[in-house]
Design a protein around this ligand. Structure first.
Ligand code: SF4
Length: 193
């Protein structure tokens, strides 16, 4: 993957991220904070996307704008380096898949297609994706998939609609349906090239 700079993340989120990661990105920007599991989930996603540890530290430092450098270094920097395998057991932690996001963890960091109420989901879809061509007439089909608990099908359909210049219905994310937030983002970035 190409290197991604801290200041590029915001623009990329609006163009390339699936709804789960946009939701985390937006709450981080709004609150200048994100709780532990959200940080972990979003941080590992950004790592796999191609953010180096230096750029990750810069990104989180800028996002957590309401705390001092001292607090940031003491409470957060270690965890960021840890998730890159540079501290503690030095494990190479993978980013979570849709299945893991759908089935585990506190619901506030889950898959929005599953955790949001139908009203909130439709509002979030329109506000996140209308610039990429998603319209209200597209919602019934997406909501039908959600209603039958086919959350990844709904997510895949959103990908197809928002990349309709290159992708037809049924093409999915490079021939398959969405199984991982990083697969979604990587394919979106690839299509832009
Ligand atoms: Fe994220 Fe996967 Fe849910 Fe899409 S289906 S929003 S990529 S967890």
């Amino acid at each position: 993957t190409d290197e991604i700079k801290a200041e590029m993340v915001d623009g990329m989120a609006k163009k390339h991220f699936p709804l789960c990661m946009r939701t985390l990105h937006e709450s981080l920007q709004r609150d200048n904070h994100l709780k532990h599991f959200g940080r972990l989930q979003y941080g590992l996603f950004l790592k796999v996307l191609g953010l180096s540890v230096e750029e990750a530290v810069a990104f989180w430092r800028k996002s957590f704008s309401r705390i001092t450098d001292d607090k940031f270094n003491k409470e957060y920097k270690y965890n960021i380096r840890h998730s890159y395998g540079l501290e503690g057991k030095r494990a190479n932690y993978p980013a979570k898949s849709c299945l893991q996001i759908l089935t585990g963890g506190p619901s506030e960091y889950g898959c929005p297609y599953r955790t949001f109420s139908p009203e909130n989901l439709q509002a979030a879809l329109l506000s996140s994706y209308s610039q990429q061509g998603l319209r209200s007439v597209d919602l019934p089909e997406i909501m039908a998939a959600v209603k039958s608990s086919h959350f990844h099908v709904a997510c895949t359909r959103v990908f197809e609609i928002t990349h309709s210049a290159d992708v037809r219905k049924g093409d999915g994310v490079g021939g398959e349906s969405v199984t991982h937030p990083n697969q979604y983002a990587a394919r979106s970035i690839e299509l832009e090239k």
